[in-house]
Design a protein. Structure first.
Ligand SMILES: [Cu+2]
Length: 190
């Protein structure tokens, strides 16, 4: 979602630039009596600007739709992205719609292994001391979705959005949650 907004803003600002720089294209002299070499009249220019503005808004909308594949108008997406670093998620909050198949692309921009772990409904930790001792217990009682990403890698995974609510996202590797690798997934009722 953030990506889509950034693209739209940059396109809108390029429309602004174009408005302030009237076209410098050379015009020939017509034989119908109009002075085609004269500067563009303000009426003509305003029409051209409108036409350009409409065109660019159209492109901006297409880009926004393509970038976030929004499912409804509440900002819930079916396609989300995450970047992991030492020691944070960026972004650290996502919104998806209940029951939808969600695709998440996780890129590890850090220099060590990281995870994107969606915890189960009703499970929330306040420190790593709350995590169980074994991987088996972790997977059975805490984890809804887990993916490990090597440094420099991008992984794409799909999962079905759980019931509406707010879920904790963590990196479950030793020391990472306590160092700040925490986020939240909001599931809207769709
Ligand atoms: Cu980590």
């Amino acid at each position: 979602m953030g990506l889509g907004v950034a693209q739209r803003v940059s396109v809108v600002s390029s429309v602004g630039n174009r408005k302030s720089q009237p076209s410098g294209e050379l015009r020939g002299v017509g034989n119908n009596g109009t002075c085609l070499g004269c500067p563009v009249t303000s009426k003509e220019f305003s029409y051209m600007s409108k036409k350009r503005a409409v065109m660019f808004v159209g492109i901006a909308l297409l880009m926004a739709v393509g970038a976030c594949s929004s499912d409804d108008d509440e900002g819930a997406a079916t396609s989300i992205e995450a970047i992991t670093t030492e020691f944070a998620f960026n972004p650290d909050a996502w919104t998806v719609a209940a029951g939808e198949e969600i695709t998440i692309e996780v890129t590890n921009d850090g220099s060590i292994l990281h995870e994107w772990v969606l915890l189960q409904d009703g499970v929330e930790i306040s420190s790593e001391a709350d995590l169980p001792a074994t991987e088996e217990e972790l997977l059975a009682d805490f984890v809804y979705v887990e993916e490990e990403i090597e440094p420099g890698e991008t992984k794409t995974l799909k999962f079905e959005a759980p019931a509406a609510g707010t879920y904790q996202i963590i990196c479950a590797l030793d020391g990472h949650f306590d160092a700040g690798m925490e986020g939240s997934l909001t599931v809207s009722s769709g």
